[in-house]
Structure formats: structure tokens, C-alpha cells
Design a protein. Structure first.
Length: 231
């Protein structure tokens, strides 16, 4: 089992060792609800070193789901693989965490990939808005919660972290809009449909035009060659 985490790689004496997470004499398999590394128990295990982070996580929608006994909800290990913990500013980790969010929120990941931010991260650039920049990392809350970073009262302030000059109209932009869903945004769907057919039509028409023009250009070249040869 690899243990090349950032703490281990740095050889620091304060980084977590095996027994800190798995226990010492009463080690149980991960599938056992009494295990220290059972999904619903992971925050407590991590909280022994990261108390403030655990407190924030407990209040999040993910922490609330774990507290309800939903062992399928994300825990610390879902984003920070325990045997491969990387610095949160490492480019590879930053880009990979987007995929981790998408493993549960696949539809939202797809719409994010269609945005400017999503396309830029696809190219490997990290200095644009990613999931955690808008929704938070450990304190993720639903939009309906007044404390959420993306709640109506906090959204503008959140956007201004990257766009200082943003105004109220700026927040009307829908990041996760699905332009292929005609029921959600009919106008946008019609624009997408029109532009798609326009693109196909233009390329199709001029492709056929070029194919039909090719024989004629050959014939004209042959005639020109014969005309010059006759002289």
C-alpha cells in the first residue's frame, strides 16, 4: 500500500502514521461499522489532527449526510486519498478534484466543462474557478442555505473574489445551464439548435460545392493545356 503522501514525503514527525487512522490493537476492516476508517467514522479519525476542518465539514451537506448514516456520502478520504495525500495547491490534485466532484455530480460536471472555466481546466490551467472556489471545500452547503457561498445574499461577494468589478447582473449568469434541455431554457436550446444546423449546413453545402466543382476545374485545366499545346 503506497504511503507517498505530502506529509510522509516531507518526512515530518507530525504526519499521520498507520495507527493514527487504522488504530493499533483493535484494527477492523473498512467494511465494519466500528472501524475507524468506516466512511461515517472517517471525519472523526481525520479530525484528531484537523479539528477545525472537521468542524467545518460536519456542518456541510456532506457531513450532514454522513451523520444521517449515509455511508455513500463523500468523506475526507473521498477527496484526499489517505495513502496518496497531496498538497491542495498541487496542479495535478487541483485538476483531479474536479473529476472527484463529478463522480457524484456527473450532470453538473458536464455543464461545467462547457463553460469557459471548464474548458480552461481541460487544458491543464488551474487559475480559474473550480468547484470548490464557488461551492467551498469543507463547508459545502445547498444554495437554499443562507450561509452557503452561492446563496442569493452571498453570491455576488463570492463572484467578486475573482471579478472585483462584478455587479448584481453578473450573478444572473447560469453556470450549470444545460443548453440541450429545451424544458429548462427553451430560448437557449433554440439558439443551440439553430447554430448547430447552421454549422452543419454551411460545411455540408460548401463540401458538396467543392466536390462538384473539382471535376469542372480538372476539365478546365485540360482544355487550357490543350489550347496552349495547340499553339
Amino acid at each position: 500500500m503506497s504511503w507517498l503522501s505530502c506529509g510522509a514525503a516531507a518526512k515530518t514527525l507530525t504526519s499521520a502514521a498507520c495507527a493514527d487512522c487504522h488504530g493499533a490493537h483493535a484494527i477492523k476492516p473498512r467494511s465494519d461499522r466500528a472501524s475507524l476508517i468506516y466512511p461515517t467514522n472517517v471525519p472523526s479519525a481525520c479530525g484528531k489532527c484537523h479539528g477545525e476542518v472537521e468542524a467545518a465539514f460536519r456542518k456541510s451537506i456532506h457531513g450532514q449526510e454522513l451523520r444521517k448514516g449515509n455511508d455513500g456520502a463523500p468523506s475526507c478520504a473521498g477527496c484526499h486519498p489517505p495513502h496518496w495525500v497531496q498538497p491542495v495547491k498541487a496542479p495535478a490534485w487541483v485538476l483531479n478534484i474536479i473529476k472527484e466532484c463529478g463522480s457524484c455530480h456527473s450532470a453538473l460536471l458536464e455543464t461545467y466543462r462547457h463553460t469557459y472555466h471548464g474548458k480552461i481546466t481541460n487544458l491543464g490551467f488551474t487559475r480559474v474557478a473550480k468547484c470548490a472556489d464557488c461551492h467551498g471545500a469543507h463547508e459545502v452547503l445547498p444554495k437554499s442555505d443562507p450561509l452557503s457561498r452561492i446563496s442569493e445574499r452571498n453570491l455576488l461577494e463570492m463572484c467578486r473574489q475573482c471579478y472585483p468589478g462584478a455587479n448584481k447582473n453578473f450573478t444572473e449568469f447560469s453556470v450549470h445551464v444545460d443548453y440541450k434541455n429545451k424544458n429548462a431554457r427553451h430560448g437557449l436550446y433554440c439558439v443551440w439548435l439553430f447554430m448547430t444546423f447552421l454549422l452543419i449546413g454551411v460545411f455540408g453545402f460548401f463540401s458538396i460545392h467543392t466536390i462538384l466543382w473539382l471535376p469542372r476545374s480538372w476539365i478546365e485545366r485540360i482544355r487550357e493545356w490543350r489550347r496552349r499545346a495547340g499553339k
